[in-house]
Design a protein around this ligand. Structure first.
Ligand code: SF4
Ligand code: SF4
Length: 328
């Protein structure tokens, strides 16, 4: 962290919060969580519109491999298609990511984690600048970009040996065995969702358990939906800001005239899972909108986080298959 700060990065790192919460905070002072789009100011009766581009040089320190995959998904969504989102791009181009490999089977792997099924962890393969892994007495560092490699000129780094590489492999083998919820039906669920083979009654059952709190979205590293709003920040100043939005909330699909084409909660819930698992979206973005972090499972009061939904779909589909084979 000191190295990055000395190189002019604002470093953002995880801090322990209440209960199981971890929150990211600037190592020095404040952090901003809303991307500004533009500012309108009145200056001696004349209105001035200024783009609000904040381009800080920032480093996020200690993010897990599932988060690295989540940021890659955001990159694909905001930058990987016909139009580039300049506000996202301005933030992203100066961002330095330091990934921490989950290497402690007891403390790093939660009951809900299933990154091994989403192929995003426990050690990210790419899309980080620097990766650190705790080998016990030392940390192993891997550079993912030239910016990461540039740090290796500092004497705190020394070249790894074959023994370090072997130790890394052995730890990862142990960690992979610690996953309780391997959600082995994940890929089959992708197929069933993509082919539209989930029964309406299964979606209704899922929807009936949703309390529309939006928690699953706000913990998800791969949720991309946003809304745009204008707010007054002073007597002569208005800001246009972009905020994260959640498909669980009724207002998400409500139109200007008040009509809501997806009023029933199950109708909005199935969109969440379609958006995350359907082959069409995976092919379009070349990245899946679920990275297996399991956080939606940890926050959901209705127990319909991704692992439970995969299980509900598995049960419903297996029942149909059993009935059909009896019928034959
Ligand atoms: S966390 Fe659970 S209850 Fe809350 S919106 Fe998401 S699915 Fe619904
Ligand atoms: S859908 Fe759930 S498990 Fe998947 S990335 Fe989002 S929060 Fe994590």
């Amino acid at each position: 962290m000191d190295l990055l700060r000395a190189r002019g990065y604002e470093v953002i790192a995880p801090f322990r919060g209440r209960g199981r919460d971890t929150f990211f905070e600037t190592v020095t002072d404040q952090n901003r969580d809303q991307v500004q789009l533009l500012k309108v100011k009145r200056d001696h009766g004349v209105l001035r519109i200024e783009p609000a581009c904040d381009e800080p040089k920032r480093a996020i320190f200690g993010i897990r491999s599932c988060d690295v995959a989540g940021i890659y998904h955001l990159d694909r969504f905001y930058l990987g298609r016909d139009f580039k989102d300049v506000y996202y791009e301005n933030h992203r181009k100066n961002l330095f990511l330091v990934n921490f490999v989950c290497s402690d089977p007891e403390n790093d792997i939660g009951d809900e984690c299933f990154c091994v099924c989403a192929d995003t962890g426990p050690a990210a393969h790419d899309h980080f600048d620097l990766q650190l892994m705790d080998l016990g007495a030392e940390f192993m560092a891997v550079a993912g970009t030239s910016a990461g490699e540039a740090l290796f000129t500092d004497p705190i780094f020394k070249k790894a040996t074959e023994a370090h590489v072997a130790r890394r492999r052995a730890i990862l083998d142990l960690v992979r065995k610690a996953f309780k919820n391997t959600t082995s039906w994940f890929s089959a669920t992708v197929r069933y969702v993509s082919q539209g083979e989930i029964l309406d009654k299964t979606w209704e059952e899922i929807g009936n358990r949703c309390l529309e709190c939006g928690g699953c979205t706000y913990v998800c590293p791969a949720c991309t939906c946003f809304t745009v709003s204008d707010r007054q920040v002073g007597p002569d100043e208005i800001e246009r800001v972009r905020m994260w939005d959640a498909c669980a909330l009724g207002g998400f699909t409500r139109m200007a005239g008040g009509f809501n084409p997806r009023r029933a909660v199950h109708d909005r819930r199935n969109r969440r899972f379609f958006r995350k698992l359907a082959h069409y979206f995976i092919q379009r973005e070349l990245s899946m909108a679920c990275v297996g972090c399991g956080r939606c499972a940890a926050v959901c009061h209705g127990d319909i986080g991704m692992p439970s939904v995969v299980e509900m779909i598995r049960r419903a589909t297996t029942e149909v298959e059993k009935r059909e084979s009896v019928g034959h």
